[in-house]
Write a protein that binds this ligand. Structure first.
Ligand code: UD1
Length: 399
């Protein structure tokens, strides 16, 4: 069998890596060999948005790089569609696996289904019910045209069944992102990112990898958060107040950097363009660093280590809501909806949207020890990729 696996943007890499490992394990003990063929669409192309993740996750070099790059949604999706179709015609795969909800996910699923090549969608069934989100459109369309729908949690099954997808196509397998998290957690602890950021006490005799300074970790990049001046300003007002209580570490997405310049908000941030950082000049008499400290995007392992040791995480990302739930770290989500409600009902997540008062109130709860502990949802156990490969190899051999 030849199976094409697709990656395009940053949140795809950690979802494909476990599948590649599970295919190798399958090949070691099985007669029906699966030949994985990795396609990178090039939706994300910066070293820090892409290459660093290949290295950290030990992904093999892609067999093909489509080099599509940035663009308007139609343009980007269209370019992937055109280029990916050529690969399909050339390689004639038995299956295409797409993950998540980025433009590359939709474009590659569409190209494959038009050529009658079976499509597996990993992380199916998620819904924010907010069609202003480009990802929501990608989810709805990809789910509607895929043949195998792998869901991370029971709400995914309900959405798909409610949308008329037959039961036989839906497989509740758990959360693939958590496979990567659990697989890499020990490795992440070995990184020196905490000391490079001046967050661990370099004089500490014991474990310099442990943070001696409590910090909040922030990510913010969605069009709904940063493309609208008013929303960006409201979120920023909350964050600046948070930063007076606890230093905020902010790896900045290229989109956010651009919007911050456009809206003239640069003065609110301290930029650290190179590591290590000498944070001593930012410390007040209490040893705190009351600012929003911006960095280039971190790699997977560094970010995991920062997340695992944060006092609180503030984010508008999707995957980070899940990762913090598994790590048991409080997550304050800067959105008014989530396609991952189980992180709120079972995990450590709370939605505050762009309300400055709510942002500050939720962080205060954490700092005062009043936040919820949460639990890890069922099947978020690091074995999701194995379950997917076993379903697919069984289904495809049985015809
Ligand atoms: C995409 C995904 C989003 C995901 C995010 C993670 C879609 C619709 N959105 O959004 O779900 O959460 O990735 O990062 O697919 N840019 C660079 N270097 C890069 C990539 C992008 O500088 O390597 C800049 C470009 O100016 C581009 C902008 O960032 O215009 C946005 O990139 P794009 O791929 O369009 O979407 P993201 O906002 O990254």
């Amino acid at each position: 069998f030849k199976w094409i696996l697709v990656v395009g943007a940053r949140p795809n890499f950690m979802k494909i890596a476990p599948l590649i490992r599970a295919i190798a394990a399958h090949n070691n003990k099985n007669g029906n060999r699966i030949e994985p063929f990795l396609v990178h669409t090039g939706q994300h192309y910066d070293v820090r948005m892409s290459d660093a993740f290949f290295r950290d996750l030990q992904l093999p070099e892609p067999d093909v790089h489509l080099g599509v790059g940035s663009g308007n949604h139609g343009e980007q999706t269209g370019k992937v569609l055109i280029e990916f179709e050529k690969i399909l015609l050339q390689e004639q795969p038995d299956l295409v696996i797409v993950v998540g909800d980025v433009n590359s996910t939709l474009a590659c699923a569409l190209a494959a289904v038009k050529l009658h090549i079976p499509v597996a969608h990993v992380e199916a069934g998620l819904r924010s019910f907010d069609r202003d989100m480009p990802e929501e459109i990608n989810r709805i369309v990809t789910d509607a045209i895929s043949d195998f729908l792998f869901t991370p949690s029971p709400d995914g099954d309900e959405h798909l069944l409610g949308g008329g997808i037959p039961k036989e196509k839906i497989f509740l397998v758990g959360n693939i992102m958590i496979d990567s998290l659990l697989f890499n957690l020990e490795q992440a602890k070995k990184t020196s990112i905490l000391s490079l950021l001046g967050l661990s006490n370099s004089n500490a005799d014991e474990n310099p990898a442990m943070p001696s300074i409590p910090y909040a970790l922030l990510t913010l990049h969605r069009p709904a958060s940063v493309d609208n001046r008013e929303t960006f300003n409201r979120i920023l007002a909350g964050l600046l107040e948070v930063a007076l209580r606890i230093p905020v570490i902010f790896p900045m997405h290229p989109r956010t950097r651009k919007q911050m310049h456009t809206f003239g908000l640069d003065g609110n941030f301290v930029f650290h363009d190179a590591l290590p950082v000498d944070m001593s000049s930012y410390r007040d008499q209490n040893g705190l660093m009351p600012k929003i400290h911006c960095f280039e995007p971190f790699g997977y392992l560094d970010f995991l280590q920062l997340m695992a040791n944060a006092k609180v995480v503030l984010t508008d990302s999707g995957g980070i809501q899940e990762e913090t739930t598994v790590l048991g770290i409080p997550c304050v989500t800067l959105r008014d909806s989530t396609e991952r409600p189980i992180t709120v009902t079972e995990g450590t997540n709370v939605l505050v949207h762009d309300d400055p008062q709510k942002i500050v109130a939720e962080v205060s709860k954490v700092l005062e020890g009043r936040s919820r502990k949460g639990r890890r949802p069922d099947l978020w156990d690091g074995q999701t990729a194995e379950r997917i490969i076993s379903v697919l190899s069984e289904q495809l051999t049985s015809g």
